[in-house]
Design a protein around this ligand. Structure first.
Ligand SMILES: Cc1ncc(COP(=O)(O)O)c(C=O)c1O
Ligand SMILES: N[C@@H](CCCC[NH3+])C(=O)O
Length: 419
């Protein structure tokens, strides 16, 4: 697998640099494993996204579930982006990062009464509602607290997408959204509600999508529904088209943001309201790496096992979705001969296997570093402390400067919560 090209995370001559810092120099100061992000790469990704969408007046709300580290959120907020959030925890984080509540969209299939109440009082700008039951709950709470609410209905457009089946969200059988057929009756039911203003439609069809076609198909269905609702006398002020734009994990396949933006502009031509997208992965994925040390090289057939100090609890994607991340080693011997390894962590599960039959330098030794590239999205945020391991630290590099943006959460600290 060829390491994907990024401007600020560069692998050359057996050395991985995050901007001006080699991972060896960082690992000399911080114990492995750790996540490390490039500030310049994050900024470059945000600017690329703005350049693609803003000429078409499409608003960007970062899906903060992809990486909700406060320093990263602050960076994103400083560039003027809103957020898409899915829990009261994310709401607290977005507030802590200084994101204005009116720039927040609250999505998710199971928002509880407590979460709604918190968000209503905070003044969250838009609620994306995913079921009849959720809308009833929101209406009850809005009435109880006498607060006006902007709500959009998330529909499931039922389109096929080219991604792993576990990360589709807009196909029949997925738990997300209501059917297109249900929308009109819900609009009618809430037409005269004193506190609920239903004035938008939303969708999110999946993640790591590689082509524009599923978006076009889904948007056509959303536009037809918009026309039907408008004919019935309702005004639709916003269309939230979700995220899911695929990134290059080493095989070259990805979704070009300008192509999606152009396609959205074409497919929504004539719509007068606000268009929103919610990219997560495409803003942060290639700005992060997971750095780990080789604990042992265990000789075995057909391949030796490279046993690392990072494990599936630190990076869940390979175990959950058979996802592959490009892996590079710090090759101190400058030896170009390769060998194939099965790369695993120390956890007591056979799924703690990052990949098999992966070519890396033949002269690798225990104690040397390897890095998983493109792990800035759905990496640190999805980690757990399984096998009573630590939650890893996160670092941010800017030029020659390195900053710890989340300290390691140790087992000693977790033990305190159980006393
Ligand atoms: C509602 C919603 N919006 C946006 C996203 C962002 O997706 P991605 O990170 O693939 O861009 C997600 C996650 O899949 C989501 O659930
Ligand atoms: N967590 C997933 C994607 C799902 C995003 C949330 N709907 C990943 O690591 O690829």
């Amino acid at each position: 697998m060829t390491p994907p090209l990024t401007e600020h995370i560069i692998y050359t001559k057996g050395q991985l640099h995050i901007e001006a810092c080699s991972i060896e120099s960082i690992a000399a100061k911080v114990n492995t494993p750790f996540y490390c992000y490039s500030k310049a790469q994050l900024l470059s990704n945000i600017h690329r996204c703005q350049t693609a969408f803003q000429p078409h007046s499409i608003d960007i709300h970062y899906a903060m579930k992809a990486n909700s580290n406060l320093s990263i959120l602050r960076l994103i907020a400083d560039q003027g982006l809103g957020v898409d959030l899915v829990s009261s925890g994310e709401l607290l984080r977005a507030q802590a990062a200084g994101i204005p509540e009116k720039s927040m969209i609250f999505s998710g299939v199971g928002k509880t009464a407590a979460e709604f109440t918190l968000a209503i009082h905070a003044g969250v700008g838009q609620f994306n509602v995913e079921s009849v039951e959720e809308l009833e709950m929101l209406a009850t709470l809005a009435t109880q607290h006498a607060r006006p609410i902007n709500a959009a209905l998330r529909v499931n457009p039922d389109v096929a997408v080219d991604t792993h089946k576990n990360i589709t969200t807009g196909s029949k059988g997925n738990k997300f959204g209501i059917t297109i057929e249900q929308a009109l009756s819900l609009y009618q039911r809430y037409a005269d509600h004193p506190w609920i203003k239903l004035n938008g439609l939303a969708m999110h069809i999946g993640s790591q999508i590689q082509s524009v076609a599923p978006y076009s198909q889904a948007i056509d269905k959303l536009m037809a529904l918009t026309a039907k609702l408008e004919e019935a006398g309702f005004s639709i002020n916003s269309l939230d088209l979700g995220g899911g734009f695929g990134v290059d994990y080493g095989d070259g396949a990805h979704l070009d943001l300008s192509s999606v933006a152009q396609d959205i502009a074409r497919s929504t031509a004539g719509f007068k309201g606000r268009i929103i997208v919610e990219p997560g992965r495409s803003l942060v994925a290639n700005a992060g790496v997971l750095v780990s040390r080789i604990t042992y090289i265990k000789e075995a057939q057909p391949n030796p096992f490279l046993i690392l100090d990072a494990a599936m609890n630190d990076l869940m994607r390979p175990a959950l979705y058979q996802a592959s991340h490009p892996i590079v080693s710090t090759d101190t011997n400058n030896d170009s001969a390769m060998r194939h390894y099965d790369i695993v962590g120390p956890i007591c599960e056979s799924t703690d296997t990052f990949t098999r039959n992966y070519p890396l330098s033949k002269s690798l030794k225990a104690g040397e570093l390897v890095a998983f590239l493109c792990t800035g999205a759905y990496g640190a945020v999805m980690s757990s402390a399984y096998n009573s391991r630590s939650i890893l630290p996160e670092l941010l590099v800017s030029g020659t400067e390195m900053q710890v943006i989340r300290k390691e959460i140790t087992q000693a600290q977790l033990i305190e919560y159980e006393q």
